[in-house]
Structure formats: C-alpha cells, structure tokens
Write a protein that binds this ligand. Structure first.
Ligand SMILES: Cc1ncc(COP(=O)(O)O)c(C=O)c1O
Length: 429
C-alpha cells in the first residue's frame, strides 16, 4: 500500500505524526540519517549537561558526600523503577547493574538452581541457535559448570522442543539478526505448562515495543541500556526477577552491594530482600546518570500514548521501509529476512543481499550519512550476510526512511559499493 509514497507524502506523514516533537529531545549530528538505534541509541540532548553536573558538582564538589546527598546510592533502584514502567515491572522489581552479559550470568544461575530443586532430573537449557552470542556463551559456561546441556533450535522449532526435559527456556524476545519477535506470553505459558522457567533477554525490545513482564508471567529478565534506552556507549544494563523468585536464591556474584546491609560490613554474606540482591559491586554513577537521561526520553512519550504509540509508529516506519525497498530496489536481489507479519516484527529490518558485498554496501551508505550496520552470516541461505536498519520511533522520521532507500537504490544501481574504500574491513561492523 505504501510503495507508491513519494518524499512529499513522507513529509506529510511526519507533519501529522503526534510523536514528531520527541525528536527535539536528541542531539542528532547534521547530515546523519541514523538507523542504528538498535545498536547504540542517539545521545539525549540533556546528557552532556547531566554528565557535567555529575562530574563537576556531584563528584568535584560533593565528593563522597554525594553518595547520600545526590542520591548515588539509590541510582540502581531509581533508574530501575523508571525502566520498569517501560517493560511491565512494578516498582522495586527491577534494578540497573553491570552489563547484560553479567546479569544473564546471575539470573541464569538462579534459574538453574531453582530448576535443580523443583525438577531434579532436568538438565536442558533451551535457546535459539541465532540468539546473540553472549547469551549462548554464558549459557555454555553455566551448562558446563552445572552438568546441564544447552540445546539450540531455530525460532520456529522452539515451541515444539519445549517439553519435560527442559529446565530453562532462555530467549531474546527480538532476534538481533532478523528482528523477528517471539510471543513472550505464549512461550512463557507453554514453558510453565511443562514445568520450565522462562528467561527473557529484552536487549532489542525494551524501549522498542510494549513489553509486559508481569502480564506474561515471565520468570527472569535482563536487558541493555545503550540500545533503545539511549543510555550511551557501554551504559549499564538491567535485571528483573519475578517477585516469586526474587528472594528465593542467592545469586552467584554475591558482592557487597547486593548484601542486606552493605554498610554494616558483616563478615558473612546475607542477600538483600528482593531484586536488590542482583546488585554486585559499586554502581557506575556516571553511566547510570546518563542512562537515566535516555530512559527519560522514552518516558516523555507517556502523555502522548507511551510505548503503544511508539510501537504504532515503529511498525509504520518498518512497513514503509519494506515497501520502499520492494518498489525502488527491485532487481538487485535484496530479500528481507524480517517477518512481514507485524505481530512478529521488532523495530528493525534486516536485508539479505546475495550477489553484493553487504559490508561494502553498508560502508557506502555510511559514507552518505545513512548509518545502519552489517552482520556477517555463514554464507548459507539460512544465515545470510545482513544489512541491518533499526528504526527508533522517538527520532526517526518517515523522510529518513525514504532518503535511506534512495541512497541504497543509488549505491546498488551504480555499483558504487565496489569502490576499494568501501571494502576495507574495520574492527567493529
Ligand atoms: C540480545 C543481546 N544480548 C546481549 C547483548 C550485549 O551484551 P553486553 O551489553 O553485555 O555486551 C547484545 C548486544 O548486542 C544483544 O543483542
């Protein structure tokens, strides 16, 4: 339906967009059409002043007093409660801490311990073969330590593999390669029917689409601060445990900040009540303060429809991109691996590009200011090289989608991607 849209049509969609003013909450460099918020979100306009305030006043002048006077000590809970509003967690259920990888280690360890007690014979952690590698690596390490086995299936096979052998179902809600969205509520319910726990990585869904951890009755969850939450490079991550588990097991990284009373300096570890036990060491104050600026950009959408309105726009953007690629890049062999079905799509579109160097195409796009990224495949049809485009409804406009496809079509039709400068590999793709 949208393939016939022209640039003026897209400009009209932007003018009518009820979320259009949110873009002013960000600092976007001139000449950049940023379609990589699924990897690193754009800088909130408030971030530089907030960082300066933390460094100059809170640290520079307040010094150690700022743990109390500037509220540093409660940052994990305060920012955690704000993120909780975006993912269906109640106040006190979610904390900010460490990285996604480390938080996964904590909650997967807890899930394994619970499964050992409740279903002693079970040994299987079930996950998706194309889950993000850090998730698979952490699960491999824990499986080895605990005598468990990591079983991998394709996204489509997961439901059929969920049976009484499975101790923990560990999934990322939106696949980082394809942008395919799992039905969290349905898979969690199915996991529970067979007695398995459900652990969800929200790296590509928190801040990208409405998530309801309590509504889905999930068991554990973790997520990333620097993608759709716009928290800045290496921003701290978050961790959530359903209240029925939060106080049940000690987490393996039993650091002093997860102690019930850190400042009594007890010799013995006694975990805090609830999710605060998932803290480990001293919180990264600068990182959490800037992350809060990013989370606030999402909360700014609450009066104008919140995550539901952001989701509507995200789907309109990805619909438009898919239709424009179809209409204007035909004949170059591009193929979307992202579900056409809106119910099954996250907030990104990934294009397989057989016959061209996807890496070089992306470099040529970046040289024109259109920033997406490239993910190499294994060369097979099942796992092709991918051009990834993330659509962050807070700041991406319909004209940005149109302009990105214009650049892509030109690079393909002129074969500009063949230039040597676009074929030199950098460390980060
Ligand atoms: C699904 C998923 N989990 C985790 C991570 C990253 O984890 P960390 O922040 O610990 O590097 C990513 C990064 O892209 C991811 O896509």
């Amino acid at each position: 339906m949208t393939e016939a849209l022209t640039r003026p049509d897209c400009a009209a969609l932007d003018a009518a967009d009820p979320l259009r003013d949110l873009r002013a909450l960000f600092t976007l460099p001139d000449g950049v059409n940023y379609l990589d918020g699924n990897s690193l979100g754009v800088m909130p306009a408030t971030a530089p002043a907030r960082a300066a305030q933390v460094v100059q006043q809170e640290w520079g002048e307040g010094l150690i007093r700022s743990w109390n006077t500037a509220g540093w000590i409660t940052l994990p809970q305060r920012v955690g409660d704000k993120i909780g509003r975006l993912v269906g967690a109640k106040p006190g259920e979610l904390v900010v801490a460490d990285s996604t990888s480390i938080n996964l280690y904590k909650v997967l360890s807890a899930a394994i311990e619970i499964a050992r007690q409740d279903h002693p014979g079970r040994r299987v952690i079930l996950s998706e073969r194309s889950n993000f590698p850090t998730d698979l690596y952490i699960a491999q390490s824990l499986a080895q330590q605990h005598g468990f086995e990591l079983e991998l299936a394709t996204g489509e096979q997961i439901a059929a593999r969920l049976d009484e052998r499975v101790a923990v179902l560990m999934l990322t809600q939106v696949n980082y390669r394809t942008g395919a969205l799992h039905d969290m509520a349905a898979l969690t319910a199915q996991a529970h029917r067979v007695g398995a726990l459900a652990l969800w990585d929200l790296a590509h869904s928190a801040g990208a689409l409405p998530v309801d951890l309590n509504g889905a009755d999930a068991d554990f969850s973790i997520g990333c601060g620097y993608k759709y939450l716009n928290g800045g490079p290496g921003a701290p991550a978050f961790v959530w445990a359903h209240p029925r588990h939060a106080s049940r097991f000690w987490q393996p990284l039993s650091g002093w900040m997860g102690h019930a009373s850190p400042f009594t300096f007890d010799t013995d570890y006694r975990p805090a009540e609830g999710v605060s036990r998932y803290l480990c060491g001293t919180p990264s104050v600068l990182g959490m303060s800037v992350l809060e600026c990013g989370v606030d950009t999402l909360l700014a959408a609450e009066p104008i429809g919140g995550m539901a309105a952001l989701r509507d726009k995200s789907l309109a953007l990805t619909d438009l991109f898919l239709a424009q690629v179809d209409a204007r890049c035909a004949g170059h062999g591009l193929r979307s691996v992202t579900p056409a079905d809106r119910q099954r799509r996250g907030s990104q579109v990934s294009l397989a590009c057989p016959g061209v160097s996807g890496y070089a195409v992306m470099q040529a796009l970046i040289a024109r200011g259109v920033i997406g990224d490239f993910r190499a495949g294994d060369g097979s049809d099942a796992e092709p090289d991918l051009l990834r485009f993330g659509f962050t409804p807070l700041y991406t406009r319909f004209v940005d989608v149109f302009d990105a496809v214009t650049a892509l079509a030109e690079i393909l039709s002129t074969e500009q991607w063949r230039e040597a400068r676009f074929n030199q590999k950098a460390a980060v793709t």
